[in-house]
Write a protein of this length. Structure first.
Length: 255
């Protein structure tokens, strides 16, 4: 069931989304050579605490997970695509980092992700990240009243495939609102003019993921959470929470 949000509910989601944007900005600024992933989680947690918000990630346990997620931040490095658990790994020069974060405030949730490099960036990584961001922008541009979910999926998929990148199978975006994951699913590839019609008041987390090696396959790491590319190539992830409105898509997780 898809919940149609009122305009006041969308405003409340915007407040949660602003906290998400602040946390991801703080994480990116704190990331540097020698900084541990656990230290980045502490930075994100501090933003939540100062804002009086809570984490929809901490303690979350979907059906595939062997244990509840133990942190407020997903941080995935190099060949990790998504769902990386912060640990003692210390960032190295040239690492590619994807950070995914959510906040809940007043019963409403925001969810967003960014990818960036640490230290000296590899040109191939810059292109990979830019493609994820362009795919996100294309998906958001298609998120208009009168279009369908398939139009978002198609827009994302065209950008990723034209760049020669893989798209992780069976993972994509989702509805969002009172819970982090709601209906409908938002695939990262699909046929236009298919799927659920988009209406004013829908809220979606749109999140392209790209694999540099061009394959779509991945495998779970031993922790049961982190998804890694099968060929060891690098991955990037970009995400925003977006409200569908009669005035066009509204990004709720921008600064």
């Amino acid at each position: 069931m898809v919940e149609i949000k009122t305009d006041s509910s969308i405003e409340a989601m915007r407040e949660a989304g602003r906290i998400v944007a602040q946390a991801l900005t703080a994480v990116r600024e704190a990331a540097g050579v020698g900084v541990s992933l656990l230290e980045l989680d502490v930075v994100a947690h501090a933003v939540l605490r100062d804002a009086g918000a809570t984490s929809p990630f901490l303690g979350y346990r979907p059906s595939f997970a062997p244990t509840p997620f133990p942190a407020v931040l997903c941080v995935s490095v190099n060949d990790a695509i998504v769902h990386g658990i912060p640990d003692g790994y210390r960032l190295r020069d040239g690492d590619l980092v994807s950070a995914d974060f959510g906040a809940e405030l007043g019963g409403w949730v925001g969810d967003s992700a960014i990818s960036f490099t640490v230290g000296t960036a590899r040109p191939d990584d810059v292109r990979l990240i830019e493609t994820a961001e362009r795919a996100l922008a294309a998906g958001i541009a298609a998120a208009v009243v009168g279009n369908r979910i398939g139009d978002i999926a198609h827009a994302i998929g065209v950008v990723c495939r034209d760049a020669g990148y893989g798209i992780p199978e069976d993972f994509g975006g989702h509805g969002i609102g009172r819970r982090m994951h709601e209906d409908p699913g938002v695939p990262n590839e699909g046929r236009p003019c298919r799927g659920m019609p988009l209406r004013h008041g829908m809220a979606l987390a749109i999140e392209p993921m790209v694999i540099a090696g061009g394959i779509d396959h991945y495998h779970p790491a031993p922790d049961g959470w982190t998804l890694r590319t099968n060929d060891g190539s690098r991955a990037a992830h970009a995400e925003h929470t977006v409200a569908i409105t009669d005035d066009g898509p509204r990004i709720l997780t921008a600064l």
